[in-house]
Design a binder for this molecule. Structure first.
Ligand code: DQA
Length: 182
């Protein structure tokens, strides 16, 4: 797990640093972990009439560009395994400023993810490409929602970015307005 505040460095400037040995840290950025659950690695080919044609890599790029613009560092991950997602959430404790999660099918089944998320004292933001509440009844329950500071559903990939784009900077943004924000 990457530490909460990530030091970014400039490329060594041959004019000011002829040895190229010391890069100068310019800023540190709060880290947002973006977790994706099972089958989201198949976006683009998986039920495009529901999830669209964008791939998970497209969504990663969207999050990274939103993060770069807003001053967040983004750690974007996907797993088909519930235990791996649980471990990533455990490792995020004390290491991230916020968590965006599309738990996919585990949204509707996983008490283990629910319990792991309770370990975090930073905003948890739930996202879905489709709107599960308007689909089959078994998708109407979310084990994430009771812990989520915000839920974006049914807006496709832009729902991920909306959670970051709500306002122009981390200082003024959604994440820092949450009562539990780190
Ligand atoms: C989903 C909705 C879930 O019900 C489903 O199991 C998914 C994707 C969404 O993003 O719309 O895998 O989380």
């Amino acid at each position: 797990m990457v530490p909460q505040r990530v030091m970014t460095q400039t490329r060594p400037n041959p004019d000011t640093n002829p040895t190229h040995e010391r890069a100068r840290p310019v800023r540190d950025m709060p880290l947002i972990l973006v977790l994706n659950g099972p089958n989201l690695n198949m976006l683009g080919v998986r039920e495009p009439e529901i999830y669209g044609r964008h791939t998970l890599e497209d969504i990663r790029a969207l999050c990274e560009s939103a993060g770069a613009r807003l001053g967040f560092s983004i750690d974007f991950r996907q797993s088909n395994h519930e235990g791996e997602l649980v471990e990533w959430i455990q490792q995020a404790r004390g290491a991230v400023a916020g968590l965006v999660i599309n738990a996919a099918a585990y949204t509707h089944t996983s008490v283990a993810l629910h319990d792991a998320l309770k370990l975090l004292n930073v905003p948890i933001l739930e996202v879905h490409l489709s709107n599960p509440k308007t689909r089959e009844p078994f998708r109407h329950i979310s084990y994430i929602e009771p812990l989520a500071a915000a839920v974006f559903a049914g807006q496709g990939p832009k729902g991920y970015a909306c959670l970051l784009y709500t306002s122009p900077s981390p200082r003024d943004g959604l994440l820092s307005r949450m009562p539990s924000s780190a």
